[in-house]
Design a protein around this ligand. Structure first.
Ligand code: AQP
Length: 334
């Protein structure tokens, strides 16, 4: 087996990227780019598992690409492309649909959350989404996958699929078993309105999230309105156990200031949440608004963004085709 480390991860073009995507995934993408070969994909085929207005989807693919670049991904170092432009993703997904088990998919909690109460009406694509995710990773024989904690279960399924393929086709170590890279302190950013739910692009209320394109004014308003607690900030983390909104705000602040949660809680002990909110809005504005401005600037030159995707597609296709040739051979396809 090759020892080459290779990173793969994707982001769905389903709307404005937000603070959860940024702290849970994109920041990690940028730092990994310094140490390893990386492939970052705008996963448009995942997006259409839930109906997308075609015009919005097209725009969102370009906007997600702009967000990749604005947060610091370098197209000369990392391969940046959109999933549907490399047909190998769909081909390998089909093969893996035949390796993966229905029982495994039935355990996926994201399907249960996204399909809601009427599962009969969910698309088949939404149900088999984790098999496509496995194909994305295994198509490049990626060894490391930076994701937020919400994707941990899907990644475990990718590992199971890789192991089963290697066993079924008697090719030990053919697919590396991909390792998740989940940020330790800030694996899941929660909604600003209801911290029992994760911050998400598809949540109806825009007040539930900080978008990367939000202005200073938007950020101030959203943080002011964010749910917290009527008591003052306690001196120890344990007392925050039943106060998820307060804990979420403190965790975001700790991440953005690079200080441990313990240190932040001890510094803020006894203060009102309005004090934390003012400080939090300040650091958010200084970290997020420059990214938003860069996204807006990049979006003015769509042909440049398309050129980046085209160049990335060419590079990705070379790796994908080489691996697919071997995969077809293992399966016995002529
Ligand atoms: N709230 C979050 N906290 C930490 N990480 C998060 N990620 C998403 N939300 C959070 C991570 O961002 C990467 C890209 O996610 P995605 O956009 O492809 O899919 P998602 O997880 O389904 O994100 P959303 O915002 O909830 O999108 P919608 O609403 O369209 O489903 C992933 O690594 C994810 O873990």
């Amino acid at each position: 087996m090759s020892n080459k480390k290779l990173v793969f991860s994707g982001v769905q073009p389903t709307g404005n990227l937000h603070l959860g995507n940024y702290l849970g995934a994109l920041k990690n993408f940028v730092s990994l780019q310094k140490e390893m070969e990386c492939i970052y994909c705008v996963v448009d085929l995942h997006a259409i598992t839930v109906f997308q207005n075609p015009k919005n989807l097209y725009d969102n693919v370009l906007e997600t690409t702009a967000s990749f670049l604005a947060t610091g991904l370098n197209p000369d170092k990392s391969i940046i492309f959109n999933q549907s432009s490399v047909s190998g993703h769909a081909e390998l997904a089909w093969i893996l649909n035949c390796v993966s088990r229905i029982g495994w998919l039935n355990r996926m909690t994201q399907f249960k959350d996204k399909a809601g109460s009427d599962k009969e009406k969910a698309s088949v694509g939404l149900y088999i989404y984790p098999n496509l995710m496995a194909a994305d990773i295994l198509l490049y024989k990626a060894t490391h996958v930076p994701v937020g904690a919400d994707q941990k279960q899907h990644l475990e399924l990718s590992r199971d699929i890789a192991q089963k393929f290697n066993k079924d086709f008697n090719c030990k170590d053919f697919f590396p078993i991909p390792e998740p890279l989940i940020p330790k302190n800030i694996s899941r950013i929660m909604s600003l309105r209801d911290a029992t739910k994760k911050m998400s692009k598809s949540e109806e209320s825009d007040y539930s999230r900080i978008n990367l394109k939000d202005t200073a004014d938007d950020i101030n308003k959203k943080i002011k309105k964010a749910k917290s607690d009527s008591n003052s900030i306690p001196g120890e983390i344990k007392s925050l156990e039943n106060k998820p909104e307060a804990l979420n705000l403190l965790t975001i602040y700790s991440e953005l200031t690079n200080k441990s949660l313990e240190k932040i809680v001890s510094e803020m002990a006894g203060k009102e949440y309005s004090f934390l909110k003012a400080k939090l809005a300040e650091v958010l504005i200084s970290e997020i608004t420059p990214v938003g401005k860069e996204i807006q600037k990049l979006l003015k030159d769509k042909s440049y963004l398309k050129k980046i995707l085209k160049k990335g597609t060419e590079k990705a296709n070379i790796i994908a085709e080489e691996n697919l040739k071997n995969i077809r051979e293992k399966v016995g396809l002529i």
